[in-house]
Design a protein around this ligand. Structure first.
Ligand SMILES: NC(=O)c1ccc[n+]([C@@H]2O[C@H](COP(=O)([O-])OP(=O)(O)OC[C@H]3O[C@@H](n4cnc5c(N)ncnc54)[C@H](OP(=O)(O)O)[C@@H]3O)[C@@H](O)[C@H]2O)c1
Length: 329
């Protein structure tokens, strides 16, 4: 099969088209013909090993110390069709159209992929895909959609709540804006200049350009502040919460975890850190929300598999709105 081999840590040039052996499913696995994947922010960060220091050591040991040797194919999101099933598989059959997230197993920059039918320890999860959108659109749902859905369900937004999303124009952010609107919130999206019109188009009531304005100094108070990128000013964000408001950091750095642990004692404001929500049930909820027209994936550009390096370069220009999709013919 055709696949993009990840040959070195560093520049996108290390992503090379090659012929590799097609995988064979184990008894509890399905074989998926992938129609589309994504070039996500995390893919580019893994490619360069641009990860927090303490995280990069175990990741290097897991993927390969000098260069990727144990994991050789990048990519975590996919949409495709099941073409074979292992003999213990009960939930899926050949022809089912699925989408999912492969987590640390990666491997979606390829024509075929084997995945267990149940979520795995590597955080992989799959489910039947929404049928009112294309494979390309469906591939852009799992990671951002799951992070947004699980995070906002923990917050229990009430109609009329004022919700501010930091990093609103990205993969997690665009789903968060739409879900918060779906729950009846008044939503402020914070991102860079080029993404603000798109944010208005998906329902944001207010937008703030983080490079020009600090939302913690505009005098506004919010019921929920959700940081998708771990870049929000911590003390200012807590001050900008209403009484009983919630600060939710989906991507906390070590310093945030320490600050959150320190600040939560005695405060009536709730501080929540990231928690995994990679479940089949959540993928089914996303399917229902998309089929009901409540949310939709935001696709910026699509690239053929052969142009994966260009796709990564585009993501690294920081212009990406929502998602960049990889089409696999
Ligand atoms: N996607 C995955 O599979 C995955 C997995 C694990 C962890 N993560 C992490 O989760 C984070 C979010 O993921 P994502 O896929 O949603 O990223 P994304 O699509 O790149 O979105 C992040 C958005 O945040 C904006 N931004 C950057 N700094 C900001 C700031 N200080 N204030 C407000 N907005 C800011 C970016 O805009 P500009 O670039 O224009 O500044 C961009 O639009 C990333 O750091 C990623 O590493 C992602």
């Amino acid at each position: 099969m055709k696949a993009i081999l990840w040959t070195k840590y560093g520049s996108p040039d290390g992503l090379q088209l090659n012929e590799v052996e097609e995988p064979t499913p184990n008894d509890n696995e399905v074989l998926i013909k992938i129609h589309a994947a994504t070039a996500s922010r995390a893919d580019t960060e893994f490619r360069r090993l641009k990860l927090p220091f303490l995280f990069s050591i175990p990741i290097r040991l897991y993927i390969g110390v000098i260069r990727p040797t144990r994991i050789k194919i990048l990519g975590t999101e996919f949409a495709g069709e099941i073409v074979a099933t292992g003999k213990e598989v009960t939930k899926y059959q050949t022809g089912d159209q699925v989408y999912g997230y492969t987590g640390l197993g990666m491997g979606t920059y390829a024509e075929y992929l084997c995945l267990p039918e149940e979520p795995s320890a590597l955080a992989s999860v799959m489910g039947k895909r929404p049928l009112n959108i294309t494979y390309e659109e469906a591939a852009a749902v799992p990671f951002g959609g799951l992070e947004a859905l699980h995070s906002l369900e923990r917050v229990n937004i009430q109609p009329g709540d004022k919700v501010l999303i930091v990093g609103a124009g990205g993969s997690i952010g665009t789903y968060s804006v739409q879900l918060a609107k779906h729950y009846g919130a008044e939503v402020t999206g914070v991102d860079s200049t080029g993404k603000l019109d798109m944010l208005r188009s998906i329902g944001a009531d207010h937008v703030t350009d983080y490079r020009r304005e600090d939302y913690t100094k505009n005098g506004q108070k919010y019921d929920v502040i959700m940081d998708t990128i771990g870049g929000s000013p911590f003390a200012g964000s807590i001050r900008s919460l209403n009484e009983n408001g919630t600060y939710l950091n989906v991507n906390p750095k070590m310093v945030h975890r320490l600050q959150m642990g320190w600040t939560s004692g005695g405060s009536n404001k709730k501080l929540l850190s990231w928690e995994a929500g990679y479940t089949t049930e959540n993928l089914s909820k996303l399917k229902e929300l998309i089929e009901a027209g409540a949310i939709k994936p935001v696709i910026d550009r699509t690239y053929p598999l052969e142009q994966i390096a260009e796709a990564h370069r585009y993501v690294e220009t920081d212009q990406k709105k929502g998602n960049v999709v990889i089409v696999i013919k």
